[in-house]
Design a protein around this ligand. Structure first.
Ligand code: AGP
Length: 367
């Protein structure tokens, strides 16, 4: 029952802990032993063969999920993908190339700007409109040609958690489905499907760091600012981590692609500025390590989230949190979990209203 907090003090924590289960629910019936089942898009899945471009439009956390999908779609399918916040998209002249898919993301399906963007898009000659949404009876679902439901169950905490990770799961399904029509080999599809099947267990493993993250959070209570860094698909996760911290702990947080540090934000770094870094184990590891040295050299305190194979560990001004080692494609989803826990525990330490942060509404139905 979504309205019952059970053993948890806040809905947000309950929803964080529901993620292994709801991610499994999002995958259910959408993958077979070896394939993504295109029937999940309904009878009109023919668009998958025709799509040559993707435009993703959403707000807030849903927009961050879209930013991750850009990396997946361009990497797996080799198709151009652009991502934009709905409040900008709706008021500008857009150029729509032939055979472009218009994809909206929304937990509620009632966000005014996203609905306005969809209504505008319907006049722009798109190939079709697809909504990835959590509420089957929502306006967005009713007004879109195609829907892929996230199946996360009702989300009550204003700070979106399980809606985000199930959006990412649904986006991964969609990215692979498009990629299959654009030359993805059967072996690669099989490997991606295997990885997806492991996702609930990986998220469970990430949740095991809860107690450690709670201890780490104490150090944040007296901070006024924080900087989140990520590279590649981990950059949108840094944006999402910063948004979560802002929303519920009221600590000012910004996110940057780590390579941008030298181009300005490095000037902010001193001993009062915690730097939160998501470190995937890929070709960018050494580059990220050198970004971290730039921070350490200026006395900044680094909070590093990485798996053990990176050989990173706690030392002088590095506070290390272990994230399970997973297939690269899944890293954005799995790395989201510790950041949700961090913002939750910081907010609890600060004594804010976690589920109902000041000035915010769960669903922004007015402009
Ligand atoms: C997330 O924590 C926020 N509360 C907010 O950014 C939210 O994601 C945004 O308003 C979009 O909502 P939607 O997904 O229901 O469209």
């Amino acid at each position: 029952d979504a309205t019952d907090k059970g053993e948890f003090r806040h809905y947000m924590m309950k929803e964080i802990y529901e993620q292994p289960k709801v991610i499994a629910a999002c995958l259910e019936g959408r993958i077979s032993e070896s394939k993504v089942l295109t029937s999940c898009f309904g009878a009109d899945s023919g668009f998958l063969k025709e799509v040559e471009n993707v435009h993703i439009v959403a707000c807030g956390t849903s927009y961050h999920a879209g930013l991750v999908a850009k990396y997946w779609i361009e990497d797996l399918a080799g198709l151009p993908c652009s991502v934009e916040v709905a409040s900008e998209y709706r008021y500008r002249k857009v150029a729509v190339p032939k055979n472009t898919l218009f994809l909206t993301l929304s937990q509620s399906g009632e966000t005014a700007d996203t609905l306005a963007a969809l209504r505008k898009a319907k006049e722009q000659g798109y190939l079709t409109t697809l909504a990835i949404c959590n509420v089957p009876s929502s306006t967005l679902v009713r007004e879109s040609a195609l829907t892929l439901l996230t199946n996360a169950g009702a989300e009550i905490g204003v700070a979106s958690t399980k809606a985000f990770t199930t959006q990412l799961t649904a986006l991964l399904i969609t990215s692979v489905a498009i990629a299959v029509e654009n030359g993805l080999s059967a072996e690669k599809e099989q490997a991606l499907v295997n990885a997806m099947r492991s996702l609930p267990a990986y998220v469970n493993a990430a949740l095991l760091q809860d107690e450690h993250i709670q201890k780490v959070s104490d150090r944040f209570a007296n901070k006024h600012n924080a900087l989140f860094l990520g590279r590649g698909a981990m950059y949108p996760i840094a944006l999402e981590g910063a948004l979560k911290l802002k929303e519920i702990s009221y600590i000012h947080a910004e996110a940057y692609p780590a390579g941008e540090l030298k181009h300005g934000p490095l000037a902010l770094v001193d001993e009062d500025m915690p730097i939160i870094t998501m470190v995937p184990h890929n070709g960018m590891l050494d580059k990220l390590k050198s970004n971290m040295q730039e921070v350490a050299a200026r006395g900044g305190e680094l909070y590093v989230f990485a798996d053990r194979s990176t050989n990173l560990h706690s030392e002088d001004n590095i506070i290390f949190t272990e994230v399970p080692k997973v297939e690269g494609i899944l890293e954005p989803i799995v790395h989201t979990i510790p950041l949700q826990l961090l913002s939750y525990h910081v907010a609890v330490v600060k004594g804010t209203d976690v589920d109902q942060p000041r000035n915010l509404a769960k669903s922004v139905t007015v402009e």
